[in-house]
Ligand binder design. Structure first.
Ligand code: AAT
Length: 278
């Protein structure tokens, strides 16, 4: 450990640690769930750290918050009811609020201290809480989902910390089953899904849990965030297919398109034959 520098050391990335020069420690606390630290860095603005792991820096937070939000919300038409799990800094809320179709934004963050610290030190991120469509629930996201009725949300964004600590349950099969239950057919889920350079085993586990749980498509996306381990972070996106009748409607549409295509071909043929005659 270099004096005057913060190093992100964790068993989740053994043998390597990204470091930032610390200008000033602004806050140090211990909540019921985790150690909370805020410091002024030399090059990335203010930094929020939970249990020794960087969650947000002022300089590169946009790369993560925009991707985890707009990938899912731009992938379905007209999202209206959105749930955020985790994300107590408010950055994902800020991005969700930019979607005019959205009417209700619920957030379930486990740690009130994260919310308070974000409001005090990261006003440009915590501004997300000020949108009138936001309803805040402080509690465990996995427990919260149990109270939600079936098919309630159009989109769920799981902006969670790593699977060591309070977010562990958010990477396990029962949680994915709850997500599948609260999502409406045609809805979409996007979860924080770690780095391809460091966590292939976690990614594979999430992928296979989702494949079993979601009768729809499961896709992985990633973006570059310099202050996250290995400089990249990924997302697992899953959708639930609409009901079986809608499958038939889709097949019906395909059949019609083929018939149309056939008619065009035939029409072209007839035209050509006629031209030939002329
Ligand atoms: N947008 C900031 C990025 C984060 S913050 C992750 C948030 O998830 C934290 O505020 C944490 O308190 C919250 N959280 C953890 N467990 C739970 C839970 N069970 N229920 C609800 N909220 C929870 C993610 C940074 C990713 C870092 C990658 N290395």
């Amino acid at each position: 450990v270099i004096p005057g520098w913060f190093s992100e050391i964790s068993p989740m990335w053994p043998g390597e640690a990204h470091s930032l020069e610390v200008k000033e420690i602004l806050f140090e606390g211990k909540s019921d769930f985790q150690d909370v630290l805020v410091f002024q860095s030399a090059t990335y603005g203010k930094v929020l750290v939970l249990d020794g792991v960087i969650q947000v820096t002022e300089r590169d937070e946009c790369a993560y918050q925009e991707m985890i939000t707009h990938l899912p919300l731009c992938s379905i038409p007209n999202p209206q009811k959105v749930l955020v799990i985790g994300g107590g800094d408010g950055g994902v809320l800020r991005e969700v609020a930019r979607h005019t179709s959205v009417k209700q934004i619920d957030i379930c963050e486990i740690d009130q201290m994260v919310i308070d610290v974000a409001k005090k030190f990261f006003p440009n991120i915590a501004v997300g809480f000020e949108d009138p469509r936001v309803r805040l629930f402080v509690g465990d996201g996995a427990v919260f989902l149990k109270e939600v009725s079936d098919g309630f949300y159009d989109a769920v964004i799981v902006d969670s910390s790593d699977p060591i600590g309070p977010a562990q349950q958010l990477f396990e099969t029962p949680f994915f089953e709850s997500l599948a239950r609260v999502l409406r057919p045609g809805g979409v889920v996007c979860t924080q899904a770690e780095s391809v350079w460091l966590h292939m085993h976690i990614i594979k586990d999430i992928f296979s849990a989702c494949r079993k749980t979601f009768k729809g498509s499961v896709k992985y996306a990633w973006t570059s965030v310099p202050t996250y381990p290995s400089g990249v972070i990924g997302f697992m996106l899953f959708t639930i297919l609409r009901c079986i009748l809608q499958h038939f409607a889709y097949l019906n549409l395909l059949a019609k398109l083929w018939t149309l295509r056939f008619c065009f071909l035939l029409g072209g043929q007839v035209q050509r034959t006629n031209q030939h005659r002329v």
